[in-house]
Ligand binder design. Sequence first.
Ligand code: DHB
Length: 396
Amino acid sequence: MSERKIHTTQVAIMGAGPAGLMLSHLLHLAGIESTVVEIRSRRDISHTIRAGILEAGSVDLLVDSGVDNVLRNGHEHEGTEFRVNGEGHRIDFKGLAGSSVWLYPQNEVFDDLAARREADAGDVRYECSDTQITDVTGKPRITFTDSAGQDWELRAEILVGADGSRSYCRSQIPESDRTRYFNEYPFAWFGILTEAPRSAPELIYANSAHGFALISQRTDTMQRMYFQCDPTTNPADWSEDQIWEQLRLRVNGNGFALKEGPIVDKVVLPFRSFVNTPMRHGNLFLAGDAAHTVPPTGAKGLNLALHDVKLLFESLDSYFKSGSTALLDTYSDRALDRVWKAQYFSYWMTTLLHTVPGEQNHAFFRARQLGELRSLLESEHGRAYVAECYTGWQGK
Ligand code: DHB
């Protein structure tokens, strides 16, 4: 066993996903040191297929900090379609909320940030093992073994837990000092990647008696689609024909038909809402999935994480420049303000568009849901509400 080396930094960040890397990048630009510790390999993170929609505020955060591939390789979407029983209704984001979103997959965000941290000689340690955290209420220390087998002790003033939904950092907060909010849903999403052209210019959120489906996109030749399924579904049990049959039933109609192709990836995504409050304990600050997860409907997960990072960066910058803890002290409350708005929106959009399996009063639920969809989509106020939430409460 090698002798343990000691490294001292201002901010230790656990997790090199988009939240951890974005924070270390912003800190670097402000002249604040950080070290990022990650247990996965860069390749593993880059190959994890996640959601694909960035709010305008998320794009601004990336572009304003000089990470601007999204402007060249992403696609701006000024609206989306809600399709109810095969009939399309456009939500005009630009016209109704004066904003838009960008289709730019999370793994591209990660690749851009990882490349930029590397170009700036950022201290990002992938493939670490045996991570142990101590003294989060004093001077946090993290011990770990790096990918070359070297043992380290990292000493920091501040520890940021950006280590995902199974966060080890979060578990450092004593149960008596935190509250956990949790909601399970009776369904999951079956996600596919298919080699096919785009079926439509914008995303389609489809509601039908057969259940929900989402037609998203990746490139000119690769598309991402999802449909509501039972949470116990094993993707390996499903043939291509069975998958396309479900998607056709839920989306096609009125002269519209999905463009189909070979399926190159199948995955079942769990559905849950989770919030850990507060998002701070002593000198430990949580950001992103480590503090909260939302169901995928509405694509808020990555956007919330980047919003946390924006607030946390401003708070840390103020602390290291002026010694004032005022912004750090309110970080948790300010972050949670948006977290709960996003929890509500994700829950509401899920309930609006999914069918509830095996409900005793299924007929009532379905008819009520169609009534809700009609009253929402026939109303300019209703459509504007969806546009405002989906594009990320601009200016709020
Ligand atoms: C995607 C995922 C979402 O959850 C969503 O609401 C929109 C798009 C996607 O993976 O492209």
